[in-house]
Design a protein around this ligand. Structure first.
Ligand code: ATP
Length: 576
């Protein structure tokens, strides 16, 4: 390894190969920590992205624009083979990375980690006319320099098909072990990751400064922080017990899509709850922000709602705005407004540590109050709980989901990524005695019979074990689907089918589904009660896991990433 140029890509490829063969989460973490230890700076940054199968942080749109077809062409061109032959090998192997490895005869390579990172970034940034061809040309050049094993992983990174079974939590734990010598520090590092959501930057900083490196981050424009979340209570009177401050603030709870708006002059970016850049989906919202947000540099938090002719449209309607194409048409068909409820940054200063009443005041000053498109969340502030209860009832009568009660105490700071007692949600469902909905990841399906023949009969669903960074099964749901749900979900599932059990999934033998899916799709489910069952693996104890009885499908939650699914910790709370 030459000191000047960092790490050879082949060294990273060897690590990736080793990780591929490991199934235990602890061993994955240890292997990663061993690799990180003693390395510093950009090497950590670049390799963290690659290990997670990406080219950059999660909030950057890093799609290189290659599909299987283009990749087959590129592989054929780079290794001087006929496309048919490449296709044949692909059919047999089922993976284009393996295909590239087989066809690449090169024994030596001088590719450095940095070369690969920079080249992939260069490719990502190519745009305009003929960009497809230029991208392919550049990628082909990279392939020609790689040796077999390297080609395999470069292809997998480019196609976003890395299957190591390593999640972000595992990488953070490996950072803790490698750079602070104490796994227990993972919690602190995780907290910092909620603010600096760029895992590469965070790793780089830790590698240079140890644990101190975790504390150097604050919010900046262009880099979203994780969204603050709300706790739930069982009885409305519990709110009073939990909420602090001499006054209670209650805001209407809107059922739409969470959005974090970053405005830097005329440069506006919108990030979703899962921190994807959704700016291109909402050109209308970008205009409204330009027109009605007065502050120059600001980060705002709110909820996008589909809104037509004075009426709030359903969450499902809003989800139709999640699209790459026909954006213009849908902008007209499904117009949106945004309800803002927080401000996190203003003209060079972070507001994360300011109490809620101060933030709310600043928020009110930041927007043009006359705007019908950018609105403020309606609220009631009172010392009397009865007033809050009335506000709740009024919100429900208006057709809203419920309210979010917010602490007004001195410590009512904005906590990125945290589900704490500073915000408490109260929904109509709770007052009707129904259980809170669970957001579960679809990990498998069982074939349907009779009317459902050819599609799925039931879905195997899992919740997220954050400590172990894996998915554990919790329920099998076969009711609540409309005919249209079957069609739409069936189509989505087809794209994420996988032959084998995903590495991050724990499943019992007696629950083995007919088809496995990559843990990607999140659905909302309600159920009657949580019990222990020998068929599920959620928080397993003495061979029995927690399980949801009489589950019923509610809706697809496209706004949630698998790691945003309900966690084991929350399930345990719900069971109490
Ligand atoms: P749910 O499934 O109930 O929508 P969730 O898991 O998406 O909940 P919660 O923490 O339970 O998230 O509820 C907070 C969510 O409610 C926020 O993520 C936000 O999208 C939405 N929301 C709507 N109105 C408000 C508001 N006034 N203040 C804060 N969050 C709000």
């Amino acid at each position: 390894m030459s000191k000047k140029r960092g790490l050879s890509f082949s060294e990273l490829a060897s690590l990736l190969e080793e990780l591929e063969g490991i199934s235990s989460n602890i061993s994955l973490r240890d292997k990663l920590a061993e690799f990180f230890k003693g390395k510093k700076g950009k090497i950590i940054k670049y390799s963290s992205y690659f290990i997670l199968g990406r080219v950059g942080p999660k909030y950057e749109d890093i799609n290189l624009g290659f599909g299987n077809k283009t990749m087959i062409k590129i592989i054929a061109g780079a290794f001087d083979e006929k496309e048919d032959k490449v296709k044949k090998i692909f059919d047999k192997k089922g993976d284009l990375g393996d295909t590239a490895e087989k066809l690449n005869k090169r024994k030596r390579s001088s590719l450095m980690l940095e070369d690969v990172y920079k080249k992939l970034h260069k490719i990502k940034d190519i745009s305009g006319r003929g960009s497809q061809e230029k991208r392919a040309e550049e990628f082909s050049e990279l392939m020609k320099k790689a040796k077999g094993k390297e080609a395999k992983y470069i292809v997998r990174i480019a196609l976003e098909k890395m299957r190591l079974g390593v999640g972000e939590m595992t990488v953070l734990e490996a950072f803790a072990k490698a750079f602070t010598d104490d796994i227990e520090n993972k919690k602190k590092i995780e907290k910092s990751f909620n603010v600096c959501t760029d895992i590469g930057e965070l790793g780089e900083s830790l590698s240079k400064h140890g644990l101190k490196g975790a504390k150097r981050f604050s919010i900046t424009i262009g880099r979203p922080v994780e969204a603050m979340l709300a706790q739930r209570v069982k009885k409305v009177s519990d709110i009073l017990e939990k909420i602090k401050g001499d006054k209670i603030a209650a805001e209407e709870k809107y059922d739409g899509e969470r959005v974090q708006i970053h405005k830097d002059g005329n440069d506006i970016k919108l990030f979703s709850r899962r921190l994807e850049d959704i700016t291109h989906q909402f050109p209308d919202l970008v205009e409204y922000v330009k027109d009605y947000v007065k502050s120059k540099k600001v980060v705002l938090d709110g909820e996008i709602i589909a809104y037509k002719k004075g009426k709030i449209l359903s969450f499902q309607k809003l989800m139709q705005r999640r699209r790459k194409y026909d954006v213009k048409e849908y902008r007209k068909k499904i117009p949106v407004v945004v309800f803002l409820f927080d401000i996190l940054y203003l003209n060079g200063k972070s507001l994360l540590k300011k109490p809620y009443p101060e933030r709310r005041k600043k928020l009110e000053n930041a927007v043009d109050k006359k705007s019908k498109k950018i609105r403020l969340a309606k609220r009631k502030v009172s010392k009397k709980f009865d007033v809050i209860k009335k506000f709740f009832k009024k919100s429900i009568d208006k057709g809203l989901e419920g309210i979010i009660v917010k602490s007004t105490a001195k410590d009512s700071v904005y906590q990125p990524g945290n589900r704490g007692w500073l915000w408490i949600k109260w929904k109509k469902e709770y007052s009707e005695g129904m259980k809170e909905a669970i957001d579960a990841v679809v990990v498998g399906s069982f074939h349907g019979k009779g009317k459902r023949k050819g599609g799925f009969g039931a879905l195997l669903c899992a919740v997220f074990n954050k400590d172990k960074d894996r998915f554990e099964t919790f329920t099998k749901v076969g009711t609540g689907f409309t005919d249209n749900d079957f069609k739409v979900i069936g189509k989505k599932l087809k794209k994420i089918e996988t032959g084998n059990r995903p590495k991050r999934l724990k499943v019992k033998k007696n629950m083995k589904p007919d088809i496995y899916y990559k843990p990607k799709l999140v659905i909302e489910i309600i159920g009657a009660e949580i019990t222990r069952s020998p068929s599920h693996t959620a928080a397993e104890k003495n061979g029995k896991g927690l399980a949801l009885r009489f589950p019923r499908f509610q809706r697809v939650r496209e706004d949630k990433a698998p790691d945003d699914a309900t966690t084991i910790k929350e399930i345990k709370q719900l069971k109490k």
